[in-house]
Design a binder for this molecule. Structure first.
Ligand code: RNT
Ligand code: ZN
Length: 448
């Protein structure tokens, strides 16, 4: 009786993964070869999924990569640099970017290893004032001119954030809702300046800049008056947003939070507060994955808030037991978020921003891991046979719905991901880490 063995070899030829099998029947050896990508396309076709379409759709969704992963949210203010107001970064891996040029170089390196459309998300802390102290209420678009020119050359859209933290005027934990009108007005002016900067970015780069407002305001311990700070916040926001700026240039968004370090008992800008505010003003609402109770997910919120607000910004993050801002990975939360994005058919009303910071591993690798995870999740979501799932559901056939949901988990997503990377001239596998290691040896390790 002839033995029958399958001896697969895997190798890459012009970027295609070819699987060679030698099937040995006794003395005779038969060699077969097939293209794994073609085979994957056939597997998805059985579910009526068009892989070509998914590939182009998944690559086209812009991921706004946050500048603050590159330098532990410090920024470049003259005399600044201490992170505070509930934000904390742990770790001291070598090579943090300490100048705008270093941060841009690092970002270019990271972005080059992430396939698909990208934007850069900047904070007001990253102004370039050439060593002179320009306070936050006096910032102007010209302080971001280099960022804008560079982003134009690189082909990145820009997003922006006023920075309401790490500043003497926020040292007691209150900004826009402060009981002192002078402090409120300082921050209102910072907010106004930031909106102008965002609009200038959007105008220069011909793509609307999302300007996201997050403030740390809140009490560590049980408050007596929960009303007054929220009323003051509402009034401050109204003053900040009084100027109508064209939506082709900038989109306002507001970000809620359940609790923070130092604001455990009460956060002024709660979810209910901002949800109501965004609906009333018809502005964008930001949902940060780490800003809700651990059993709540932002994925489930999307279909609700999209009914009421014109724009949603997602801060894609990963909380481990609390709002810890771990690097995003492909887990159930991320997959469900990507699925809900795609299923919503409202991608033109949703912006995707990353929000994590880890200084315990190579920062550039952290950027790449999180961004590639987001892209993988998007690809997987575009490969979902949503019509079939919905059909089963609409027929009341929940048995089939669950059976399908389980079956599709093992479709060959990895092969399609490799193809996406190949088409964007990117390493499909771990080779990207070799490039990061080289950069670490050549550049990062030589930084002070
Ligand atoms: C803080 C918010 C906010 C910040 C960044 C730096 O809890 O998530 O989005 O992380 O703006
Ligand atoms: Zn956030």
């Amino acid at each position: 009786m002839g033995s029958c063995l399958l001896l697969p070899d895997y190798f890459c030829l012009y970027g295609y993964r070819i699987v060679m099998g030698r099937i040995q029947h006794g003395e005779s050896v038969m060699t077969t070869s097939f293209n794994a990508f073609d085979w994957a396309v056939e597997q998805f076709a059985k579910w009526d999924v068009d892989v070509e379409q998914a590939l182009s759709q998944a690559a086209a969704v812009p991921i706004s990569m946050h500048c603050w992963q590159g330098d532990d949210v410090r920024g470049f203010e003259a005399g600044g640099g201490e992170l505070g107001d509930g934000l904390a970064v742990t770790g001291n891996y070598l090579g943090r970017a300490t100048t705008p040029d270093e941060l841009r170089a690092d970002f270019e390196h990271a972005a080059a290893l992430v396939p698909g459309a990208k934007r850069l998300n900047l904070h007001a802390l990253y102004a370039e004032t050439d060593g002179t102290r320009v306070d936050r209420d006096a910032l102007e678009p010209r302080h971001f001119q280099r960022w804008i020119e560079w982003a134009g050359q690189q082909g990145f859209g820009l997003d922006f954030n006023p920075s309401f933290f790490s500043h003497p005027q926020s040292s007691d934990g209150f900004t826009l809702s402060h009981r002192d009108p002078a402090i409120r007005s300082f921050w209102i002016n910072h907010g106004i300046a930031s909106r102008r900067i965002a609009a200038a970015m959007g105008e220069a780069l011909q793509t609307p800049c999302v300007n996201n407002i997050w403030i740390p305001d809140g009490y560590k311990d049980v408050p007596a008056d929960r009303h007054a700070p929220r009323e003051r916040l509402m009034e401050s926001l109204d003053a900040m947003l009084a100027d109508d700026l064209p939506r082709t240039q900038m989109i306002d968004a507001v970000e809620s939070k359940l609790f923070g370090i130092g604001s455990e008992s009460y956060v002024v800008g709660s979810h209910e507060f901002y949800m109501g505010y965004a609906i009333r003003r018809q502005i964008g609402l930001c949902l940060d994955a780490g800003h809700f109770h651990p059993t709540e997910g932002i994925a489930d919120k999307l279909s609700s808030v999209l009914l009421w607000v014109p724009h949603v910004l997602l801060h894609v993050s990963r909380g481990v037991r609390w709002d810890s801002d771990h690097v995003v990975i492909v887990n159930d939360d991320l997959l469900l978020t990507a699925q809900e994005l795609v299923r919503s058919q409202a991608l033109d009303r949703i912006s995707l921003g990353l929000d994590f910071f880890d200084a315990s591993i190579n920062r550039i690798a952290a950027w790449i891991i999180g961004s590639r995870a987001m892209r993988k999740a998007l690809l997987q979501a575009f490969l979902e046979p949503f019509d079939q799932l919905r059909e089963a559901e609409n027929e009341g056939d929940y048995t089939r719905r669950l059976a399908c949901l389980e079956e599709i988990k093992t479709l060959p997503y990895g092969i399609v991901w490799d193809e996406l990377c190949r088409r964007h001239d990117q390493p499909a596998g771990l080779e990207w880490l070799d490039e990061v290691r080289r950069y670490e040896a050549d550049v990062l390790s030589k930084r002070a």
